[in-house]
Write a protein that binds this ligand. Structure first.
Ligand SMILES: *Cc1c(COP(=O)(O)O)cnc(C)c1O
Length: 430
């Protein structure tokens, strides 16, 4: 499989180069040259495959031969080494919990797959790779955890000072070893700007910089697994499936659409956002008009200009009419999100998190407009404890802290304060 740049100004390249580079030399996102098709027999017998066997078949055509068969099987097995429960909310709506991984965020899957793949692909090289990643909260913890202890790779995480929760900050700043946390005096966009500047800085080209945001194909593509896992689990219901995905940078939902393009029988996708609604507005007006980021209680989706939207446009050949056949989009305010948290709790005693609650709202709105008998799944992308301030205040219940988090919370924070780019550059070159 070759990958092309969506800026169309770089040569196409193989998986291992796309992973090592993150972005193409012309700054475009990589996209597979063709979308592989899975045979009918794969879906007919999917429940007979184990989850790692299924995931292997899905990802294999994208990876090629640089990762040997046994090794790739080992990588997907370790990547998916936790549960993905489906919780009924009512007769035609369920939550797919993606937060049972080590950092309680769905990003664990992409981060673990990328860390293991990159570590393996770089093992015979004597050059170190330096991974830079900007985070508004959840990405950093998952990436730090995924890469911890991987030989030959250093990870630098940029987070906005005072703008991530205590749990999130601890997850970024307590690991040590090959993980460094930069505490940036600014907002998330400043973090992202620093990372972008570093990538463009020819003075840093000797450092082999790459990115672990969902622009990297090794973080983006494994997110397809969630949709195959859900289909496999729900197949016996014999229902037409709709997925509602709480979306920020649109990597997760775009991976789902890739799965559908490979043949996975999914009827429709709902992009559910907070008031950072560039994509729902596009679906209404046909014009893509990104806006500055607005802060909300579902802060992992506070993205004004979603980087993966260009991949969704590519899938549908920039045809908005075609896109709308498969994708709807809705936006919700914080007030509506809090109301949804309560509604879900009243229905099932289920404690959702603000991102999942946005997903639930989008799903309900879409299903209410359809006449067919559909079954809807919204993705629960984070454990509610990560957002316990808004959850506790809204539901007036205490969310219990899972055992695996207690150890992290007891450790000392270590971060490097960064004021501006020149400080960062000096640090990296040192
Ligand atoms: C990252 C994140 C999202 C958004 O995912 P995208 O792939 O960026 O659209 C949603 N919810 C949570 C909890 C997240 O951490």
């Amino acid at each position: 499989m070759k990958y092309i740049s969506l800026n169309y100004n770089s040569k196409s390249t193989l998986f291992h180069n796309a992973v090592k580079r993150g972005l193409a030399p012309d700054r475009g996102l990589y996209f597979p040259e063709t979308i592989p098709q899975l045979p009918r027999s794969f879906f007919d017998g999917i429940e007979k495959l184990s989850i790692p066997e299924m995931a292997y078949r899905v990802i294999k055509p994208y990876v090629g031969n640089k990762i040997l068969k046994e090794k790739l099987m080992e990588i997907v097995t370790e990547t998916l080494d936790f549960d993905f429960p489906i919780i009924d909310i009512n007769e035609n709506i369920a939550a797919l919990e993606l937060f049972q991984g080590p950092t309680l965020a769905f990003k664990d899957v992409g981060a673990r797959f990328m860390a293991r793949s990159l570590g393996y692909l770089n093992q015979d090289s004597n050059e170190k790779i330096n991974v830079l990643v900007a985070t508004s909260g959840d990405t950093g913890g998952a990436v730090a955890n995924g890469f911890l202890g991987v030989e030959g790779i250093n990870v630098f995480i940029f987070y906005p000072k005072g703008k991530v929760s205590e749990i999130q900050e601890k997850q970024l700043t307590t690991l040590g070893h090959n993980i460094t946390a930069f505490e940036v005096d600014g907002v998330f966009d400043d973090c992202q700007e620093m990372v972008k500047t570093a990538f463009l800085d020819s003075g840093l080209s000797s450092l082999n910089l790459t990115s672990a945001n969902s622009i990297n194909v090794a973080r983006w593509l494994p997110q397809m697994f969630y949709y195959f896992i859900a289909f496999r689990a729900l197949k016996s219901k014999n229902k037409r499936l709709v997925f509602s995905v709480p979306s920020g940078n649109f990597g997760n939902i775009c991976a789902g659409i890739m799965g559908q393009q490979m043949g996975l029988p999914i009827d429709h996708f709902v992009a559910s956002t907070n008031v950072n609604d560039a994509v729902p507005r596009y679906l209404e007006t046909g014009t893509y008009n990104p806006m500055p980021t607005i802060q909300t209680i579902s802060n992992a989706m506070d993205v004004g200009n979603p980087s993966n939207f260009i991949r969704i446009q590519k899938i549908f050949n920039n045809d908005a009419v075609k896109m709308k056949k498969y994708l709807s989009g809705y936006r919700y305010t914080d007030q509506q999100t809090r109301k949804a948290l309560k509604e879900i709790y009243d229905l099932k005693n289920y404690i959702a998190d603000p991102h999942g609650a946005v997903g639930y709202l989008g799903l309900k709105e879409y299903l209410n407009q359809q006449k067919e008998d559909l079954y809807g799944v919204f993705l629960e992308t984070a454990h509610p404890v990560k957002f316990f301030e808004s959850v506790n205040k809204t539901l007036k219940v205490e969310v219990a802290i899972p055992e695996r988090l207690k150890d992290t919370l007891s450790k000392e924070k270590v971060s490097v304060p960064i004021k501006d780019y020149s400080e960062l550059k000096a640090y990296l070159l040192d």
